[in-house]
Design a protein around this ligand. Structure first.
Ligand code: B12
Ligand code: SF4
Length: 314
């Protein structure tokens, strides 16, 4: 049985979320993903657009239906954290480029901690409630739910674009058995602009909203495992971890405001392009790499991946 929530729970949850470090919070009804999106996702997989990311082809039933994750779910709560920094990665770190999202403390831990606190808050408000939350790694179409919850639209670069923060946001998801009135979904505001498609150095954006990971530099530098023996990745265009080209050109990112809810200092910026910076042209020793990447998302590609990416620069 689902508990009936206190009448002002939506306002209280939003206020709690803002106070605990989320920049935006939206609510959507928990239900299976719509048929159009289901078809788009299945097509994306069938066309091998997930490259070697096998986890994208696993748990598809769950990804297309949050009720398979939490059968009692009534509401999807979506949270955003703005991570924009005014420092230009290219200028501060000179030789090699590292995507903006990876400059600070690993966002997975940060958001997870805040979501756990929100779970506790909901349980305190309505003790019978069931909750489940995740950031990035769960079988959830996060941008779809963010759009449904009115936090922005899926842009032509496939990222969630929020009118206030642009696309420089992390997304987190919380499912709850509480029935909280949904927000109206967002509408599409890319208009006729196609800058992201044009700037992509590898033409990974095949059509508006469709990304082929087999071409995307973010995939090659972060997600691809092992050496590049039998594959030939595209030119990395100076990127050694991730790629932001399709975001830097987006007009909705022009007025992005610096992040206020990231408590970490930015470890990478402590190494301003010197010979011992991770972004310098000189490979770091394993120990140096370990010191400089501690607590950041940069560890995802591992030391071997980092060396591999540096050596792939032309
Ligand atoms: C797999 C993955 C990747 C892959 C594949 C990216 C992709 N576009 O799918 C790779 C490794 C390439 C990647 C790269 C990046 N990622 Co990533 N990634 C994910 C992950 C784990 C799953 C995404 C997914 O479901 N892809 C499958 C596709 C089919 O899903 P989709 O794009 O949402 O599909 C919709 C659209 O394509 C649309 N659609 C399909 N056909 C059509 C046709 C038309 C005409 C239209 C309009 C729409 C449309 O419908 C689909 C269903 O909703 C999510 C976290 C999560 N659990 O959701 C993070 C996530 C998307 N990544 C994130 C980030 C930050 C990045 C990078 C910016 C990192 C970087 N700087 O290098 C890049 C951006 C590259 C890019 N342009 O997408 C953030 C995005 C935040 C935001 N504001 O949008 C997420 C949400 C993680 C997080 N929790 O914050 N990522
Ligand atoms: S992240 Fe870079 S390579 Fe990937 S789609 Fe965007 S511009 Fe293209």
């Amino acid at each position: 049985m689902n508990p009936s929530p206190p009448p002002d729970l939506k306002d209280k949850t939003r206020a709690y979320g803002v106070a605990s470090g989320f920049d935006a919070i939206g609510f959507a009804r928990a239900e299976p993903v719509d048929p159009r999106t289901t078809l788009q996702y299945q097509t994306w997989l069938r066309q091998q657009h997930h490259a070697s990311m096998d986890y994208m082809a696993n748990k598809v039933d769950l990804r297309l239906n949050p009720l398979q994750i939490l059968p009692s779910a009534k509401t999807v709560i979506v949270v955003l954290v703005n991570y924009f920094q005014t420092v230009q990665p290219e200028k501060s770190l000179r030789s090699f480029k590292i995507a903006r999202y990876a400059h600070g403390q690993d966002y997975h831990r940060l958001l997870r901690k805040r979501l756990r606190a929100m779970e506790a808050f909901l349980k305190n408000e309505a003790p019978e409630t069931e909750v489940w939350s995740e950031v990035d790694t769960g079988p959830v179409l996060e941008r779809y739910w963010a759009e449904k919850a009115g936090l922005g639209w899926i842009g032509k670069n496939t990222l969630l674009i929020n009118k206030q923060f642009g696309s420089w946001t992390f997304i987190g998801i919380l499912l709850t058995s509480l029935e909280i009135p949904p927000d109206p979904p967002s509408s599409f505001h890319c208009g006729t602009c196609t800058r992201c498609l044009e700037v992509c150095p590898t033409q990974a954006l095949l059509e508006p909203g469709i990304l082929d990971s087999r071409r995307c530099l973010s995939y090659w530098t972060i997600e691809h495992r092992g050496a590049f023996h039998d594959q030939t990745p595209p030119d990395f265009n100076g990127w050694i971890f991730g790629c932001d080209d399709c975001q830097e050109v987006c007009p909705w990112n022009r007025h992005a405001k610096p992040a206020e809810n990231l408590t970490s200092t930015h470890p990478l910026l402590g190494y301003p392009g010197g010979t011992h910076s991770i972004a310098s042209g000189i490979p770091l020793s394993h120990q140096e790499w370990d010191d400089q990447t501690k607590g950041t998302a940069l560890r995802r590609c591992g030391y071997d991946g980092y060396l591999r990416n540096i050596h792939w620069q032309r």
